[in-house]
Every structure is written in C-alpha cells, then in structure tokens.
Design a binder for this molecule. Structure first.
Ligand code: AHR
Length: 548
C-alpha cells in the first residue's frame, strides 16, 4: 500500500535499488527507485528550502533563420499582418501560450550579425549575405522590431551579442543603444530611430556556441573566456545588474565538452551570472539504435548534462573561492534530427528559404514532455530555458499563408506554460524499469542502465491554491498505474486532466489534418492524499488540481 510507505522505508528503498543498479546509474540522483511489477508510486512533498521556479525556465528561441522571422513573425504583405508587418495570428498564438522569455536573434546567425544593419529607417537598411545559413538577410526586422514584437506577444527579450565576428565594443554599444535613457551617442541614436524610452533588456547571451567549429569566429575556450570577460566587464560599467550568460558547451559529443566550460569559466567566472548549455535529440541509429524505448529515455540524458555542467560550475566556484553560484541557461533544446544538414541547412542565397522545417510526431511530443519534466526538476539550478525554436524552424508552431499549425510538440510545451507554477515539489518515485544498452550508440548516449517506465514532476502554486502533475508513461505496450501519495499539500479537486497518446507513434499533424495528435481528456481519480492515475501506454499526461 502506498499509504503505508514511510519516508524512511522509501529512502532505504532508494539506497537498495541504487546498489542493485549498474554503478553510475542515473536513477538514484533523480530520486527514482527501481521496483518489481506493480503500480508506480510517488511521494510528493514541499521542499520548504526552495524558492518558486523562475518561469524563464520555460522560454523559447527565435532566430533569423529560414522562415522564422520573414514570412513567420514578419510578413508585411500578408492580409494577416498588423501595421508593423507582424503576423497577428502568430502574435495571438504566442501571447496565448504565455511564453516568458524569447531568445533572439541567434543562434549561429548572431555570430556574423551587425546589429547596426537592422536599426534605423528601413529603406536605408542593407541586404546582406547571411553566412550561417547562406541566406539573404534584408534587415527589415531588427532589434527595435523585435522589442516591439515582444511587447505585443507579452514576452521578455533575451538578446545575444555577436562575439564571433563582433567586438566587445559593439556589444557594449548595443547595451547602450537598448538600455541607456538618453544623452549618449548610442542612446540618442535609438531615440533618433523613434524609440524615446529605453528597452530595458535584462538578460543577455555572451555569444552563441563558440565551442563549435561551425561557428563564425570559433576560438579556443580560454580566448573566448577572456573575450566574454572583457565584454562583461565593460557592460557592468553601464549596468552592474544585467544578467550575463556565458556560451557553454553546445552539445555533449564535442571532445571539448566540460573542458570548454571549465576553461572558459576559469577566465570569466567573476563577471558572468549563468552559463548556457544546448542539446538536440533524435531517434536515429547512432543516438538510439532507432529504438523508441531508448528515445523516450533521452530526457534522462538531459538530466545528466545539467548535473555535469552544474558540477563544473561548482568546481570553478570552489577553486576561485567565489561566493557566487552560477545558474544554468538551457537556451537551446529540442528534438531535431530529420531536417538537419545538407539542403535543410543551406539557404542557397535565398530570402526566407525553407530551412530546418522539422515535422514532429507523437513520440517526439512524448519526449518533449520528458524534457519539460527534466527542466522542472532542475528548476533550482536552471533559471532560463528555451525550446529551440518557436516558429517554422524546428518549432511547435508552423505558418502557411493563412494559418498557424500546432505541431505535436506544442502540447506538452504549452501545458508546462499553462500549469507549471510556483514551487517544484520534492518527489520520490518507485517505478518498474526497463533496460537500455550502450552497445552501438554514440558515446555520449551509450548507457547500460535501467529506465523507469514513469517519469513524474509536480508543481504547487500555494498563493493560488493550485498544483500540477506531469506524467510520462514510457511503456510502449501497457497502461501504467501511478499511485501519488500527497504529503503536503493535499489536492481538494481535480480541475483538469489531459493526456497525449495514440496508437501510431509516428503520427503527425498537417495543415490538412491538424488534429491527428491532440490531447484527450483522461479520467482522473478522486482528489485526495492518495490518487491513482491510470496512464495510457505511450502517453504524456497533465493533471491540474486545486489544493483548497
Ligand atoms: O537552432 C538551430 C541552430 O542550432 C542554432 O542556430 C545554433 O545555435 C545551434 O547549433
């Protein structure tokens, strides 16, 4: 019986199962214990020491890439455009989602971007060859348009500097242009462009993926660390309080993974507030052996990456004897493996080419639900997160000339925005597991381990008397029962319970058939201290609860 499961016994169970697992298993550190057949059990408790999650954890990313900006957010010729040329239907979708923060303008794009090309009278802005994606960039949408658009979409801007081909001087000039009120060269330039009030941008990325050999201006870690430090130090003269994010490892496979992070932080730890991490996942022969069971465990790889990068930050904090603890910015994450490389990534010198237009299916959506769970359980350390990206390019939302399509991955992401509020609960989960094997997989995903069939996170919003539980059932064949044991708070009512599931894991939405993968209502148990949910096979479920 779940009810008879004492915390002490439960923790003992965790210890035992840890011993039974292969050395180095990821489960115990996430609060998961392996059990035999039967319902999964989760004990939910408030961690009083913890603060509310920062909603920036659930942000998104918009790059000058493919059809993301042009014919995506900005399409002046469209009957759907407002007086600024912004697609009103796109704004309505994104505003309706409540996206807390939007990273812009790149991505690889930013490492060759001259922000001055994108401000001032539109007729004077140059068309240039964009070298990250070999496209034509007309600069008709730039920093000021982005800020206007953010205000309309009710999201906070997160701007990135060009630390590839760009200089610290021009990065600081951009901060002055955006944030200084008046009376200086760059602030007055902004005012002459029609923006009397400063934009007050608080979060900034110090470049993008500078560890990647594909990046314009790619350089060794220490060199980048010194450039980031120099840039940050000058910016702090303008405003000490800005939140500055160093560009950490762009994935887990580069040979520099973790070494890059350590070396760059040894150079700039004192000047930065956070470090970025990126990763993209896919169901491929190299990454999963084309196994959906392995694929649906990939959010646990994300857990591990977060733990590893946090460990590097803490190491550098230790050797520098710094009182400051860095937070993490997982500012590019998603599934991306089909529309990747080759023609998918080559704009062929065209304006608004169709690039990286990944089509997402049901199994991708289930994994995105897993990523949401992972980010939530690390909310104490990961302050910013950005699904990459938001529109047309590897995105939950896709436009054609007349409408916006919600891809399958829209739903788990939108649920997190709608329901994940307040504090993340402490969870101890007992679940039956299934094995995964390292053999034949790329080294960073090669693991011999046990994967719990269920993956659970929960939040509680005390002031509003609400809670939410997010549950992934990785079992491809069977319904799974999950017995939730609420210690504090105890739910009083079920407000909503929805699940994303289906028989065809490869099903996807199209403009012609937009409802192939959409949520269904799930029967929920009576609210109370004990609640047993029956999760369909292959599903991601959210339960929204009232706690009074
Ligand atoms: O999001 C697509 C690209 O992926 C970004 O431009 C880059 O930062 C990453 O490699």
């Amino acid at each position: 019986m779940v009810g008879s499961l004492s915390r002490r016994r439960f923790l003992e169970g965790l210890g035992k199962s840890g011993a039974a697992l292969a050395a180095g298993s990821w489960l115990p550190s996430l609060g998961y214990a392996q059990v035999g057949r039967g319902p999964a059990r989760a004990v939910l408790n408030q961690a009083r020491s913890r603060g509310d999650l920062d909603r920036r954890l659930l942000g998104a990313f918009l790059e000058h890439l493919g059809r993301a900006i042009y014919t995506g957010v900005y399409e002046p010729e469209s009957p759907l455009a407002d007086e600024h040329g912004f697609r009103k239907d796109v704004i309505a979708e994104i505003k309706g989602m409540n996206v807390p923060i939007m990273r812009y303008p790149g991505g690889n794009f930013v490492s060759g971007y001259n922000w001055l090309d994108g401000v001032g009278p539109k007729k004077d802005r140059p068309t240039v060859i964009e070298r990250a994606w070999n496209s034509l960039e007309t600069n008709q949408f730039g920093t000021n348009e982005f800020i206007d658009w953010c205000r309309l979409a009710a999201t906070e801007p997160l701007l990135a500097f060009n630390l590839g081909t760009g200089t610290p001087e021009m990065a600081v000039a951009l901060v002055e242009y955006c944030n200084v009120a008046s009376g200086t060269k760059w602030s007055d330039l902004r005012r002459s462009h029609g923006y009397e009030q400063p934009h007050d941008v608080r979060y900034w990325c110090l470049g993008n993926e500078m560890d990647g050999p594909w990046q314009m201006g790619h350089m060794p870690a220490r060199e980048y660390g010194r450039k980031a430090r120099d840039t940050a130090r000058q910016i702090r003269v303008l405003d000490r309080s800005l939140q500055l994010i160093a560009a950490g490892s762009s994935n887990t496979i580069l040979p520099t993974y973790l070494v890059w992070d350590r070396e760059l932080l040894e150079e700039c730890y004192d000047q930065v507030d956070g470090i970025s991490l990126h990763n993209y996942y896919g169901n491929t022969p190299q990454l999963t052996g084309n196994s959906t069971a392995r694929y649906l465990a990939m959010n646990l790889d994300m857990d591990r990456q977060i733990q590893e990068i946090a460990a590097v930050c803490d190491y550098v904090q230790g050797i520098r004897k710094s009182p400051k603890r860095l937070w993490l910015s997982f500012d590019e994450w998603n599934v991306w493996y089909r529309a990747r490389g080759g023609d998918f990534a080559d704009g062929k010198r065209q304006f608004a080419p169709k690039l990286l237009e990944e089509v997402y299916n049901l199994e991708d959506a289930l994994l995105v639900g897993g990523f949401v769970n992972t980010l939530l359980r690390h909310a104490e350390r990961v302050r910013v997160g950005c699904i990459a990206q938001i529109l047309n390019v590897i995105a939950p939302l896709v436009t054609n000339e007349t409408s916006v399509l919600r891809q399958s991955i829209y739903y788990p992401y939108a649920w997190s925005l709608q329901y994940a509020r307040g504090r993340v609960l402490d969870l101890f989960v007992e679940s039956e597991t299934y094995p995964i094997e390292a053999s034949g997989l790329r080294p960073d995903f090669a693991r011999d381990d046990q994967v719990p069939f269920v993956d659970i996170t929960a939040t509680v919003d005390a002031p509003n008397g609400q809670a939410a539980v997010f549950m992934l059932n990785r079992d491809l064949d069977n319904e799974r029962e999950v017995a939730l044991e609420w210690r504090d708070p105890v739910p009083a009512r079920v407000l909503a319970c929805q699940t994303l599931t289906g028989t065809d894991l490869k099903a996807f939405n199209t403009f012609e058939q937009p409802k192939r993968v959409v949520p269904q209502t799930l029967d929920a148990p009576q609210a109370g201290a004990q609640m047993t949910f029956r999760l369909p096979a292959r599903s991601y479920t959210v339960a929204h609860l009232a706690t009074r």
